[in-house]
Design a protein. Sequence first.
Length: 336
Amino acid sequence: MENEITNARNSFMSELQGAKDAESLESIRVKYLGRKGMMAGFMGKLALADKEKKPALGKELNKLKLYIQEEINRKKDEFLADRDLESEKTDITMPGFFRESGRLHPLTGVLNEINDIFISLGFQIAEGPEIEKEFYNFEALNIPLEHPSRDAFDTFYIKGNTLLRSHTSTVQIRIMEKKKPPIQVIMPGRVYRPDAVDASHSFMFHQVEGLMVDKGIRFTDLKGILNLFTKRMFGEKTMTRFRPSFFPFTEPSAEVDISCIICNGKGCRVCSHSGWLEILGAGMVNPRVFEMVGYSPRKFTGFAFGMGVERITMLKYGIDDIRLFFENDIRFLKQF
Ligand code: PHE
């Protein structure tokens, strides 16, 4: 039996050497260690062996069994390691995964800039509803029934006297109804007008409204604030021009131009050779509006202004078509 054990050991060693994969290794394991395998056979024979030889033979068999087990496990690990190397081979010279970072929409970026400038001048930010009562869009702002902007062709009516606001001046009223002066707010938001869409018109766009009310607010305060704003927004060299105009809710009213940022006022295609670009409407709050919200026009004065965010963004970046803002074309958006 000693010889048989030695032979078994030798044949195991050479078979193990020949094992090419996990499958052939498994059949070797079954052949030697399986329930009906070679080692089990030896154990059967051991029971019949001479009494005095039993301990030594038993020891030998245990040693062999342990040896076979260890060798098989070692080989198994080898196969595993080889397979891992093969399938998980990594080419560290390949470029990594590239995740493009998002960015702000140009309108959001410019709106943030506008907000920051006014916040630095002591203004607070307020918002109002986009679905609005006719009263806030018109009556409270001294816009009479016969005014053309109240026409259904110029306003999105929803039901009865509800509509999509056509300007952010509505929020002036909502603020003054709730709060007594001093007031110093800007009111950004979306507005809606049923205009046919073209390069310079959109049925939805953004405005930033401004309102400052207190004792002794003068037109020069309006000029000072807007001069500061345009310089910070478009550069120190930018000049402003106030042209007389008309809005029912301000008196006097003005339209404000900046010196053309393309040609510095010399005259070019962008400014239609005038040297000036219109950027907003403004004026001193009409006393009739103060009466509507229960302020005393004798006690308080104030100014208001309203600017289009799309227009300012188009001027700032030289964008010639308003539709580009709303088409979600990555090639356009990537440039900001
Ligand atoms: N609400 C006006 C518009 O939409 C702009 C404006 C606001 C004018 C405040 C004067 C004062 O055209």
